[in-house]
Design a protein. Structure first.
Length: 422
């Protein structure tokens, strides 16, 4: 268990960032304050210029195991998460076997219990095999999963989604929706925008995302279910969620760092720029930034989705969709959002640590008397993505070769050091 005094750091404590010391003994946060003294044999870290945040939480991560261990494993994925400052991740259900039953959830949970270095909460699918034909037995598995999602695919049937909402609400579980109308895809694979037209690519229209969101919000009005929209990318989706929240509906959403940092005109002819939904227009990016600023978007998630080299080295058209993000998320948000003045560091902590937990009913923040769960970061340390090996098995991200500011020095989960770079 960790014993350490971190002196003169900036600590996110009781909903604000304060200059303070933090003392951890036997893995428990003993005190946060000014001028803390400890015994001579206690290790001391000089925290001048550094920040202590509650461990980050990511509600949208693909750990790929069981079924696709050549892309990622629970061990490599959680080590990548720890390296990025995360102490909690939620594992998406597009696995083999799909976690659509108690037996299949146990297959994943057994590996989590054995190999995870941080907290992992598994999703269960909404439909059997994520095939969209039959609802899972929500009642059988509701107490064994974080939430219900068919991520990777949208639930095409409105009636099926409505029934899922009714049954999930009765269990006190959220529906977490990948919103994608497959009838509007037409073989597209990047945003249906200027870059697609200039370079002869087939585009994915924005309505394929916002149409299902609008449909589902209407059903939330009827059912009262807790509803969370995955990885939003369009300006229309921001408007729909903003209106739903203004009406007091239990609707929330997330976006990912790549949608806030880039637009479709930044694309290159490489699979590291291919994900679903795609990076969209400059106008969409501007709307997403405003959504973050005004609280419409309350959660930053990575949608960390590793693939093998073979799957990502086939160009924009033929590469698999999905990019990694756990090891770059904090630095990317710090570089593109905080240092550019769009949001404060306090806001970033809320987006990456506090809100993901509180929105889903979990305790958040650093608490005296509780097990240490925090990340120590240097906000000004400069590094180039890809110069050092990733902890993840994946290596393709649109931030590859970009210079970012902000590095994780120490990640502590459950009172123990799970990553150290200091």
């Amino acid at each position: 268990m960790l014993n350490v005094l971190i002196k003169n750091a900036k600590v996110y404590y009781e909903n604000e960032i304060v200059q303070a010391d933090m003392f951890v003994e036997n893995g428990v946060v003993v005190s946060v304050g000014v001028g803390i003294t400890v015994s001579e044999n206690t290790p001391v870290i000089d925290g001048q210029g550094l920040f202590i945040f509650p461990g980050f939480a990511d509600v949208h991560v693909h750990l790929r195991e069981p079924g696709f261990f050549y892309k990622e494993t629970i061990e490599t994925g959680t080590k990548a998460a720890a390296k990025g400052g995360f102490t909690l991740v939620c594992s998406m259900p597009n696995l083999n076997p799909v976690p659509d039953s108690a037996q299949n959830l146990k297959a994943q949970q057994d590996i989590i219990d054995k190999d995870a270095v941080i907290k992992v909460l598994p999703y269960a699918s909404i439909t059997v095999g994520e095939k969209g034909q039959q609802l899972v037995n929500l009642e059988e598995i509701g107490d064994k999963c974080f939430a219900f999602s068919d991520d990777g695919k949208g639930v095409q049937s409105a009636d099926m989604m409505k029934e899922a909402m009714v049954r999930a609400k009765a269990l006190g579980k959220p529906i977490v929706a990948h919103c994608e109308d497959e009838s509007l895809l037409f073989g597209g694979y990047i945003h249906d925008g200027e870059y697609a037209r200039l370079h002869g690519h087939r585009g994915i229209c924005s309505e394929s995302e916002w149409g299902p969101v609008a449909r589902d919000v209407e059903m939330v009005k009827e059912t009262g279910a807790q509803y969370h929209v995955c990885h939003i990318s369009t300006k229309e989706t921001v408007d729909i969620v903003r209106k739903a929240k203004a009406e007091g509906l239990p609707v929330s959403c997330e976006t990912a760092p790549h949608y806030l940092a880039f637009c479709d005109m930044d694309l290159e002819e490489h699979g590291m720029w291919k994900m679903n939904p795609p990076i969209r227009s400059a106008q969409d990016r501007e709307a997403l930034i405003k959504g973050v600023q005004d609280g419409t978007i309350e959660i930053i998630a990575t949608d960390h989705a590793p693939h093998s080299d073979e799957e990502k080295l086939k160009g924009l058209e033929k590469s698999n969709m999905g990019v990694i993000g756990l090891e770059t998320s904090f630095a990317a948000m710090n570089t593109y959002m905080v240092k550019r003045g769009y949001i404060t560091m306090e806001k970033l902590v809320q987006l990456m640590s506090i809100n993901p937990r509180e929105k889903f009913g979990m305790a958040a923040g650093i608490k005296v008397g509780q097990k240490a769960d925090f990340v120590l970061v240097d906000p000004d340390k400069k590094w180039v993505v890809g110069e050092k090996p990733f902890a993840s098995k994946g290596r393709f991200t649109p931030f590859l070769n970009k210079t970012l500011y902000g590095d994780v020095l120490l990640t502590v989960f459950d009172g123990k050091v799970v990553y150290k770079n200091i």
